[in-house]
Design a protein around this ligand. Structure first.
Ligand SMILES: NC(=O)c1ccc[n+]([C@@H]2O[C@H](COP(=O)([O-])OP(=O)(O)OC[C@H]3O[C@@H](n4cnc5c(N)ncnc54)[C@H](O)[C@@H]3O)[C@@H](O)[C@H]2O)c1
Ligand SMILES: CC(C)=CCC/C(C)=C/C=C/C(C)=C/C=C/C(C)=C/C=C/C=C(C)/C=C/C=C(C)/C=C/C=C(\C)CCC=C(C)C
Length: 606
């Protein structure tokens, strides 16, 4: 049995030390007039302290109200006597990951009555949090795209704003610091020009190629950023966008089937620089650049400079908590400890769900935030696998899971001005995609010291790992293996970045792929879909509708794939398509079936 990395009790009942924001020295100075952001370098400490106190109280308030919502009635006012057949919701959302929460909240603000059913005790899934010994740990990593105050692609900010929420964020001065073979060290600065200058200084002979590749990314990003983002499966919207922004839409259509690695090779010849582009893609797609869709690569390679990476004060878990509260404020419900075991079909249409405790709930539409493998392999009978899903499983396999290590360390082990995020691949480029080959490291306390007790930092370390490596072991061996593998990873970090790391550890918790499977209800603990071979860009990625009438999917096994901002977009698209289908948005049945058929056909070409 896996060691739980999440609290088995409600995390909201725990008392916490008062956050001490001032002991560390965050190295940033981003000021935004309209967006709440911290400016510790120039700001007044008194004001800052006040805002931290306010934010902390807000966190407690929302935690308490969530506790009340989960605790007292335990079910958000839902009938426990299984008389729910009459209580027809507009939509039931299975799972409260960011994908499910965005779909749910977007529908709720359009006037739909939504019920979100979450298996775990808090919302957020892989964007959740857990608390231990005064530390607040992010379950997933802490790199937040789409959380700025500008453009059309700040989807996290927009999702929160839609339900009247705003979170304070801390601008990250760099997205990631790469530590690569041959001592290649590249810091991805927030300012594009600083990043490009640093990269060119490492590869001066490729100045032209570097400029051309990243400019191509900007072309795509600017096209994306100019559109109003809604469902690409809704023809009135899609044709409207083509009419208003033909050049941008054609640009996106052109790049839709292309991958970043091919485009990089048009401009760049140096194999080491191409490997660097692989690493750039790998950290967001877990595959190399040749397998990473160009649209997704452009999105992340540019948003980090356009809106920048911004960390929510109090931790990533606050995003899901705010969305859950927003959903509730809109008159919809979220229910925890609600493990959906079956999707109920009637005459081939999805009409409800059944929980492990036998209760049933019914709705006009069912939206699954479980992975497509779980949705079609577990919640529906496997033998009913529609052709469309067979096609998906032909093109995509489950990406490996992660081994994750959450550490509390003595603060003085980190050199001054340590970056928040690091990616480490010491010796051999060939190890990039291999299990345990490369190491991801986030130190969110560099930005928000309130996440750890005074004088401590959080190190969240993760590396790819497959479930097969951890299955079938007796408990004792499993525990011993966890310690052994984690020790190897920590030793590598000690050697490469932080001498004395081991002796500075005061808290350690290790999660394996089994832990991820257990607590996130994700088949094999997978991080999401990964192309089986070289994909045709994003062409093969399914959208939100499924072959089952009334059933929709949302989350990272839908277009455009892995990532918090990506699943937020899938939530926006899903809500739009569902709203059109239940009469809350305009729709054209004739155009609908023509477009859906065309998109289905296009996917078979992938
Ligand atoms: N920026 C980052 O670094 C970062 C951090 C964390 C997560 N992520 C991304 O988030 C993505 C995942 O988001 P998501 O929204 O697709 O899903 P998710 O896995 O985060 O959430 C799914 C939720 O559904 C619940 N669930 C699943 N099956 C259920 C069932 N049968 N009954 C009830 N509840 C059920 C799970 O408990 C979970 O809370 C990942 O791809 C990852 O890339 C990124
Ligand atoms: C329909 C047709 C056919 C056509 C038409 C044309 C058009 C119009 C098109 C359009 C399109 C669109 C709109 C699209 C969109 C897209 C998008 C939005 C995308 C997005 C994406 C995103 C992504 C992918 C993201 C991701 C991220 C991630 C994954 C992250 C992660 C992170 C991590 C892991 C971190 C690392 C760490 C360290 C280093 C420590």
């Amino acid at each position: 049995m896996a060691l739980p990395i999440f609290s088995s009790q409600s995390p909201f009942t725990k008392s916490q030390n008062f956050p001490s924001f001032f002991h560390k020295n965050p190295n940033f100075s981003f000021i935004s007039p309209n967006f709440k952001s911290f400016q510790p370098r120039n700001g007044k400490l008194g004001d800052l302290k006040k805002r931290v106190v306010e934010n902390y109280s807000l966190r407690l308030d929302s935690a308490l109200s969530l506790e009340k919502e989960v605790g007292s009635s335990g079910n958000g006012g839902i009938d426990n006597n299984n008389n729910n057949r009459e209580k027809i919701y507009d939509a039931i959302v299975i799972g409260s990951g960011i994908g499910g929460l965005v779909a749910g909240t977007q529908l709720a603000v359009k006037g739909a009555k939504v019920l979100v059913l979450e298996k775990y005790i808090i919302p957020g899934g892989s964007s959740g949090f857990y608390e231990r010994d005064g530390y607040t740990f992010d379950v997933g990593s802490s790199v937040m795209f789409g959380f700025s105050d500008k453009g059309n692609l700040n989807l996290i900010t927009q999702a929160l704003a839609a339900v009247g929420c705003e979170m304070e964020v801390i601008p990250d001065p760099s997205t990631v610091h790469f530590h690569l073979p041959n001592n290649l060290s590249v810091r991805v600065h927030r300012e594009y020009i600083d990043f490009i200058t640093e990269l060119i200084s490492k590869f001066p002979h490729e100045k032209d190629g570097i400029n051309k590749f990243y400019s191509e990314c900007w072309k795509i990003f600017n096209a994306l950023n100019s559109l109003e983002l809604k469902s690409l499966e809704e023809p009135l919207y899609l044709f409207g966008q083509f009419f208003q922004k033909p050049v941008e839409c054609l640009t996106l259509a052109y790049y839709l089937p292309q991958n970043a690695g091919d485009i990089a090779r048009k401009f760049i010849k140096d194999p080491e620089l191409l490997s660097f582009i692989d690493a750039e893609c790998f950290i967001v797609s877990t595959v190399n650049a040749l397998q990473t869709p160009m649209i997704n690569a452009s999105m992340v390679l540019c948003d980090r400079h356009f809106g920048g990476i911004n960390y929510p004060v109090g931790g990533v878990g606050g995003i899901a908590k705010s969305l859950a509260k927003g959903l509730h404020d809109q008159g919809s419900n979220i229910m925890y400890k609600a493990n959906v075991t079956n999707i109920i079909l009637q005459d081939g249409k999805a009409v409800g769900v059944k929980l492990s405790d036998g209760r049933e709930f019914f709705a006009k539409t069912i939206i699954s935030n479980a992975t497509r493998w779980d949705t079609f392999g577990k919640l529906l009978k496997k033998q009913d696998l529609p052709e469309e899903e067979e096609n998906f499983q032909r093109v995509y396999v489950k990406a490996p899971s992660f081994l994750s290590i959450h550490l509390g360390v003595k603060a003085d082990v980190l050199p001054p001005d340590t970056d928040c995020h690091h990616f480490i691949l010491e010796n051999d480029w060939d190890e990039l995609e291999k299990p345990y080959g490369s190491i991801f490291l986030s130190i969110p306390t560099v930005l928000d010291s309130s996440l750890a007790p005074e004088g401590r930092h959080i190190l969240h370390i993760f590396t790819t790992s497959s479930i097969e490596d951890w299955q079938g072991l007796p408990q004792k061996e499993y525990e011993a293996k966890k310690e052994l593998v984690a020790d190897g990873i920590i030793s590598r970090l000690e050697k490469k970045l932080f001498p004395g790391l081991k002796s500075s550890i005061v808290f350690k918790e290790i999660g394996t792929p089994k832990t991820h499977r257990r607590y996130l209800a994700r088949d094999s603990g997978t991080y999401g879909p990964m192309p089986r071979r070289v994909p045709k860009g994003l062409l093969g990625m399914p959208f939100n509708t499924t072959a089952i009438d009334g059933l929709y999917c949302v989350g990272d096994s839908c277009f455009p794939g892995q990532g918090v901002i990506a699943v937020a977009f899938s939530g926006v698209m899903c809500a739009h398509r569902v709203a059109a289908d239940i009469g809350l948005e305009k729709k054209s049945p004739i155009l609908d079936s023509a477009l859906l058929r065309t998109l289905g056909w296009l996917r078979t070409l992938a």
